[in-house]
Design a protein around this ligand. Sequence first.
Ligand SMILES: NC(=[NH2+])NCCC[C@H](N)C(=O)O
Length: 316
Amino acid sequence: MHKLKLIEVRSEIGAGTRGASLGPDAIRIASLDFSSRFFKRYPCVSIPDENHLLFESSGDRYAKRISGILTMTERIGEEVCRTLEKGEFPIIVGGDHSIAAGTVAGIRMAFPKIRLGVIWIDAHADIHSPYTTPSGNMHGMPNAISLDEDNLESTLNAPDQETLNFWYQLKNVGGICPKITYENIVMIGVRDTEPAEDHLLEKRGIRNFSAKEIRRAGVEKVAVETLKYLDDCDLIHVSFDVDVLDPSVSRGTGTPVPNGITIKEARTLVIRLMQSKKIGTFELVEVNPTLDRENLMAEQAFDILLRASNQLTHNI
Ligand SMILES: NC(=[NH2+])NCCC[C@H](N)C(=O)O
């Protein structure tokens, strides 16, 4: 049986819209509204954030607040690593999606040699580098950080040397670079990408189950095929961005995208994935209650978190 540990990361310096740092607290409020003892049942730590940087100039135009992202990646990495070394199962609650780079770094720090898989459930591929980003927002970059991907072929921007030095350090957190490889990543629900990302998805043949495919094949089948695709992996990280959901339920997130999956599909998907003994970490990100009405997004997110945790604690 898994011993779960919650790691809350109230960081929003990677997002372009303000408010994602309130996600963990909105989810706590949702748990109270459901009269759930979830946050009493599991031990929980909170990672100190660098959100004070929001009151200063964003600096680096093509990698905003990258020095803070580096600090956060190291802090998250250390906590995730410590948790895994103690034999506990980390559940990371964000915060914006840039924190995923820290989670993957932590897994790698704990298990340098294993074959690590990633299931990326998201509307976005988040595979930009400072050379290709349309926004400079670092929550669009965690996969490129983990994959050591600069995508120079698609260069649009000219990042300065300071930015590039930080970018290099970020990719090398934990001393292992790359931390994952293309054949060990599966994306689910990705539907909002820029040409630079499309180029990579195609060139590297990244498996992406579109929302349409999910509807056609059924979410059960997508889960089975995803796990089959990653069969050679020793350990799998599941990263769940709430903007994979349709905007009818995901109003409370910074970058909602039309034609997402339904809440029912998301629940089934997550439960089914968590049945696999290879899943070693779970992460849920990008709840932003300032954009929401009546905390709906956090309630849905809590529901998914609860179901994932229940499934994990039932695994033997
Ligand atoms: N994790 C997210 N919500 N990512 C949104 C990224 C949007 C866009 N591709 C960008 O890089 O700016």
